[in-house]
Design a protein around this ligand. Sequence first.
Ligand SMILES: Nc1ncnc2c1ncn2[C@@H]1O[C@H](COP(=O)(O)OP(=O)(O)OP(=O)(O)O)[C@@H](O)[C@H]1O
Ligand SMILES: [Zn+2]
Length: 444
Amino acid sequence: MSAQSDVERLAAENAALQTRIQALTKENSRLKAPQTSPPLPDPSPLTAFTQVESLNNPEIARYSRQLLLPEVGVQGQLSLRNASVLVVGAGGLGSPCILYLAAMGVGKIGVIDHDTVEISNLQRQVIHSESRAGLSKARSARLAVHELNSDCHCIAYDLVFDYTVALSVAAEYDVVVDATDNVPTRYLVNDTCVLLGKPLVSASALKLDGQLTVYNYAGGPCYRCLFPVPPPPETVTNCSDGGVLGVVPGILGTLQALEVVKILTGVKAKEAPTLLLFSAFSSPTFRSIKIRGKQAHCAVCGTQPTITELQDYVAFCGSQPTDGPVHLNLLPAGDRITCADYHTLRQTGQPHLLVDVREPVQYDICRLPGSLHVPWRDFAQRVPDILAAREAVSHQPIYIICRLGNDSQEAVLHLRERGVVDAKDIVGGLLEWHQSVDPTFPAY
Ligand SMILES: Nc1ncnc2c1ncn2[C@@H]1O[C@H](COP(=O)(O)OP(=O)(O)OP(=O)(O)O)[C@@H](O)[C@H]1O
Ligand SMILES: [Zn+2]
């Protein structure tokens, strides 16, 4: 072979090698790239839930510690096995409730929640996990149930429990647990249970306190018998505003699971209706109060009910069934400044006074440098301090900030009433500051 053809052959081989090296380099960088975690397995589709007449050997072994209790025994365990429970809300209360119901051997559990798992949920919503952040809470709960007790027939409804679905979903279950956090849903769940004749195990938890009651059971009252009129929306606080100690809904949700067991085993029917109050840092921690019975004039369970079908609960309660941030518009746009414009103002060094009106616990979490701290609850008394501080910056404008941009508007209105005209609130507060100006600023 000639030297010329050798050169051509080598050049061709070289080109082929170059192509191969490029392909390998590409493959290598693909392998080195961060791997996205494989999709989580969803438990395989379930067969229909069927009732049984006796426990099988694996069930006897699994539930032996409960079977040994005379209060439960084989009959009690069979009652759990053949029962179905709907848990509305897979949050702080729903998490332990669902887990214990599944662990104790309730045959069928429905979980309805429209929300997705967030990292800030995990401090109390122990049915979820970091690896399931972003997943629907209902599906995440179902995965956890499947891991804990694969015999449990768990159905996840990734839906809002509203009047369009309430009756058809709840009709499939023996007992309903209200583990939600808002007033419209509380009335909706109650009316659904009354219309369907289902017992309702209801609880709430906020800050360090909680309460629990069983409604519409054994001739007892319903929620409307006790609370015929919803509270004014502005008096209702939720966990994202007021905070909650993780274990508090944990305790109340666990007690909800206990009440379900008492209903299913028939023990509850002998008890008078009570309201259980829990206060984590008080003594006594628990108090049980006898509550009035069923009210003849109750709009839904009374002798002549006016509510015979589900209604518009948002209109009835005057509030949305959401616990997301509520942004009020109390001031005209001209009396407000956006975070972006306030940011520019700070960057260009324009003299001004920044007043932060959040609670001290929130001010301790984070703050913008140079702010004067005057909590909204002390604001009226401390206006002279604000005016004195403003003198120190040569009577320049006042900007007021809070967490969401609601109290800051109230503060501006208050200053207007006191004759201070050049005060503005910062729209959306520090949460908006985090979202639109500085992602490194803490969000809470
Ligand atoms: N009408 C409804 N239908 C379905 N789920 C609901 C309804 N109302 C409330 N929920 C759910 O009930 C749960 C209440 O739990 P909790 O208050 O602990 O959680 P959260 O709303 O995630 O809390 P946070 O306020 O910290 O975000 C939430 O997961 C919420 O999505
Ligand atoms: Zn009633």
